[in-house]
Design a protein around this ligand. Structure first.
Ligand code: PAF
Length: 285
């Protein structure tokens, strides 16, 4: 059966209501399209737990600042449908911008405390846009659970906070980051990288691994762990570091010394040429 495309919020809601009446479990994979193997792995994960997987493709204008890449964000809807279908999704929800933000639209969700640091410093309006669109997508798709990639680590904390704080009856599943052989995290934005930049971008994963090794060898001083991240990144002169920080994996707190039992997330955002890349790694006790 080929994938069913739905563009209207009302139609999506009706379909989900019918599926729920039939006792079907709905899994949801929200995306901004230009799908790759990483997205396919999110669909596979959903398929293992759902009767029906809905994937959405919507490049959300409210999560881009005016100076960011909203208009040039890569788009290829035909290809997205084919990848989503091959991965096993049954429904493609692809609303237009007018459908999601009709004339007069003016409500936004204020993202919780998790939004303030790291990405929040460099993209102050980003997480409010993410929280808003995710809430709207949840209200349209009415899923039992939704799958998010760990690649956008801070986003997963922000969305979890919103789901908890606003009593949304939706489980979140966080899927491991899909990587190329070089360690580079798969991302729709990798299409902006030249082949030589792609090789250089592998340094992000090396920085994460070096910091994780340092912690495994007993280092709990946060500044020292941060140093490993930045020093590794600085071996590639074309990389401009926005942040490279160790933080508590659950709270994003930054103590001088981590406790022995703390899970730690190493978070990176860099610019390479015109491309902004983020990545992270969670070191667990
Ligand atoms: O992670 C993304 O692709 C987006 O931030 C999301 C969750 C689809 C919201 O637009």
């Amino acid at each position: 059966m080929s994938i069913q495309t739905i563009t209207s919020v009302r139609e999506m809601q009706k379909l989900s209501d019918n599926l729920r009446k039939q006792g079907k479990r709905i899994g949801f994979v929200p995306t901004m399209g230009y799908l790759h193997e990483g997205h396919a792995s999110l669909v596979h994960l959903s398929q293992q737990r759902a009767d029906i997987t809905v994937i959405s493709v919507f490049v959300n204008p409210t999560q881009f600042a005016p100076n960011e890449d909203f208009t040039k964000y890569p788009r290829d809807f035909e290809r997205d449908c084919s990848i989503a279908e091959k991965a096993g999704a049954q429904i493609m929800f692809a609303p237009t911008t007018d459908e999601m933000y009709p004339h007069g639209y003016s409500s936004m969700i204020k993202a919780g405390n998790e939004a303030a640091k790291f990405e929040g410093v460099f993209r102050p309006t980003h997480f409010s846009g993410v929280a808003t669109v995710v809430a709207k997508l949840f209200n349209a798709v009415k899923p039992h659970f939704a799958v998010f990639g760990q690649k956008d680590y801070q986003q997963t904390l922000v969305v979890q906070r919103m789901v908890t704080d606003l009593n949304m009856d939706i489980d979140l599943i966080i899927a491991p980051t899909d990587r190329e052989v070089s360690g580079l995290a798969r991302s729709s934005r990798n299409v902006y990288l030249s082949s030589s930049e792609k090789e250089k971008a592998a340094i992000l994963y090396r920085a994460l691994m070096n910091a994780a090794d340092k912690r495994s060898n007993g280092e709990r001083n946060r500044e020292k762990l941060n140093e490993v991240l930045t020093q590794t990144l600085y071996t590639v002169p074309e990389i401009n570091v926005e942040y490279a920080q160790a933080a508590h994996a659950d709270t994003l707190d930054e103590p001088d010394y981590f406790e022995e039992q703390d899970n730690i997330v190493f978070l990176l955002a860099v610019r390479l040429g015109n491309t902004r890349l983020i990545d992270n790694y969670v070191w667990k006790t």
